[in-house]
Ligand binder design. Sequence first.
Ligand SMILES: Nc1ncnc2c1ncn2[C@@H]1O[C@H](COP(=O)(O)OP(=O)(O)OP(=O)(O)O)[C@@H](O)[C@H]1O
Ligand SMILES: [Mg+2]
Length: 412
Amino acid sequence: MSRGNIVVGLDIGTTKIAAVIARIENDGTPSVIGVGTSPCEGLKRGVVISLEKTVEAIGKAITDAELMAGIDVQEAYVGIAGDHIKSLNSRGVIAVSRADHTITEKDIERVLDAAKAIRLPDEREIIHVIPQEYIVDNQDGIRNPLDISGVRLEAEVHIVTGIMTSIQNVVKCVNRAGLEVRELVLEPLASSYAVLSSDEKELGCAVLDIGGGTTDLAVFHAEAIRYTSVIGIGGKNVTSDIAIGLRTPVDNAETIKIEQGYALKSLIPKDQIFEVPGTGGRESRKVSLDIIGTIIEPRMEELFTIAKREIEKNEYKELLGAGIVLTGGASLIRGCAELAEQVFDMPAKVGYPKGFSGITDIINNPSYATVLGLILYGSQDVEGGEQFRSLAKTGTLERTMESVRKWFKDFI
Ligand SMILES: Nc1ncnc2c1ncn2[C@@H]1O[C@H](COP(=O)(O)OP(=O)(O)OP(=O)(O)O)[C@@H](O)[C@H]1O
Ligand SMILES: [Mg+2]
């Protein structure tokens, strides 16, 4: 089997590390051949707090995936998220260089360079520069300006930045687990790759990846990413609310959430009773299922309200023709989409990863959206795909990786 068509995704989440190995078939479809997951407590709200635990969990997830696939892998597309990520939109303008005014690859590179020439605090580094649209002599809405004639070329871009040291810690963990980072990819961007159709991206929608420690928000319109942000609330908060509310250990609370949880009280069947297991020799207790709704609904409502405010703050609400797509493990809490519809006052659904063949039974789950999105992102390298190559063209990530490598040389 040729190594050239193998892509590896590595999602370093706050509850689990997920590694997926896929072979990209001739028609471009990724076929999943290896999956490994390992629980991980090495991160807090997306930031590495224990190098040792994270390295160990990455090693285990990768080894399991390698064993299943029957191959060794050397590099991976790695997801990055966390409180330290910030994003903004920027614009660049240049004069088209050729005498006959035909726009060349070089002009596109130059205009993207101009768009990303922003002042950043010393500790911040650019992770992505993603073109949204180009404007040629005031004609807007151009997706690819190559070979078009014009005098003035403008680019609107979405820039994602992160704190250098937080990025370095992620790279360090991956390297210590024996892998190279092929590219770092913003997690909400990766998740949207896996769960959104191009119609949804065109019409406009917001993706909320509700994980354990964080919820990632990404807003799309006219096929381009417009806004990204990370909210520091996730499924773990729901679990700890249940633990406190029912006075039960976190492990029990987690099981109760998964087996009995409802995000919307009005969906709970009437007069349902369930048992909360006793702890420390105490008897188990019978509790009404209504109580679960009373505990979960306010937390999920808080999360959706924060997300709604973020969307409104940026005036994108009117542009979300395709509504809200929920994904991530905690989107599986029953009634999540129904509650989101009420809070956002627009259609909402739970998005499952799509576009894969191979061992899909294991990964047909919203908690795999990020890692599978990383595979789809990476598969474009194999196909020579176009949309995100602009990223490599701008050289942003090469520079990030260069500075990470330099940092390693200096400090290790
Ligand atoms: N069937 C389910 N019902 C309810 N909640 C679930 C279910 N399966 C997983 N979860 C919850 O989803 C959360 C984990 O989701 P996910 O695997 O997407 O997170 P992660 O990627 O590790 O974290 P993050 O994205 O915050 O870094 C946990 O809080 C878990 O309890
Ligand atoms: Mg996640």
